[in-house]
Design a protein around this ligand. Structure first.
Ligand SMILES: Nc1ncnc2c1ncn2[C@@H]1O[C@H](COP(=O)(O)OP(=O)(O)OP(=O)(O)O)[C@@H](O)[C@H]1O
Ligand SMILES: O=P(O)(O)OC[C@H]1O[C@H](OP(=O)(O)OP(=O)(O)O)[C@H](O)[C@@H]1O
Length: 229
């Protein structure tokens, strides 16, 4: 309780900015932020509000709410000092400016290659030299297949990848899988796992040097809460 009421040791007039993803991760992140002692202003929980930047109970900390992929970009370019992003997104951008010190143990899923059931049953991956893949993750996909000498031609989609094989866009997809129900509902099967995914606390490396006291304090608070979960 004492921890929760601790204020930030602010070393600059400028508020620190925490970028959080809207959507599914926010549902898991909100109780974690409460345990860290961060209470956003009321408009943050109002789905109809058009506001994107919010004050918190901590005078030196504001929150911005952005698309999950954009969290990494805001933090990498220093527009936000820290944020929360899945390691799927961190792997896709591979920004050297990002430091990801805490696994928050939320947003569990995996990034996998999937194919129609009938194809997977007769497929021989050792014979592939070129494949076409629909995905939201073209960089991870290219790197993954290039590592074993396969050229992956990626078609970038932003959602509903599971439709692509059935409609002749490609034969394989790379997408996130959690329960597997989206794959099953579209008659696809997982062929291989590329990476296990959870969400991480990410910090801009330059900001971590220039505002180390405040940022280390926040990182430690998130670490304590994640470790206690
Ligand atoms: N089915 C899932 N189960 C658990 N975690 C998931 C799942 N799908 C995605 N995630 C995690 O949540 C993050 C955001 O998911 P997604 O890209 O689907 O965004 P969203 O919640 O639909 O919001 P938006 O597309 O508007 O940013 C992903 O980067 C991943 O880390
Ligand atoms: O294995 P499952 O439990 O079915 O979860 C996997 C689905 O979850 C994610 O989609 P999301 O619901 O976020 O939709 P979107 O990618 O179309 O935004 C992912 O892209 C899969 O489609």
């Amino acid at each position: 309780m004492e921890d929760k009421q601790r204020s930030l040791s602010v070393t600059s007039n400028e508020a620190l900015i925490l970028a959080v993803p809207k959507g599914r991760i926010l549902k898991e992140l909100s109780p974690l932020m409460t345990r860290v002692g961060i209470e956003p202003e009321a408009a943050f929980s109002d789905d109809n509000a058009r506001q994107l930047r919010f004050k918190t109970n901590l005078p030196g900390l504001d929150i911005i709410r952005v698309r999950s992929f954009d969290v990494a970009t805001f933090v990498a370019f220093g527009a936000a000092h820290l944020g929360v992003a899945g390691n799927d997104i961190l792997m896709e951008f591979d920004y050297p400016e990002l430091y990801a010190p805490v696994d928050l143990d939320i947003g569990h899923c995996r990034l996998s290659v999937a194919a129609p059931r009938h194809l997977a049953e007769s497929d021989d991956p050792s014979r592939w030299s070129h494949i076409r893949v629909a995905t939201k993750y073209p960089e991870i996909t290219r790197r993954h297949f290039a590592a074993r000498g396969v050229q992956a031609e990626c078609i970038k989609l932003n959602g509903a990848m599971e439709l692509a094989p059935g409609l002749g866009l490609c034969r394989r997809i790379v997408d996130l899988v959690s329960t597997g129900s989206t794959l099953r509902a579209n008659d696809l099967v997982e062929v291989e796992t590329i990476a296990e995914v959870t969400s991480r606390l990410v910090v801009n490396r330059a900001a971590f040097k220039t505002r180390s006291e405040e940022l280390s304090d926040l990182v430690e608070r998130f670490r304590e809460v994640a470790d206690a979960a």
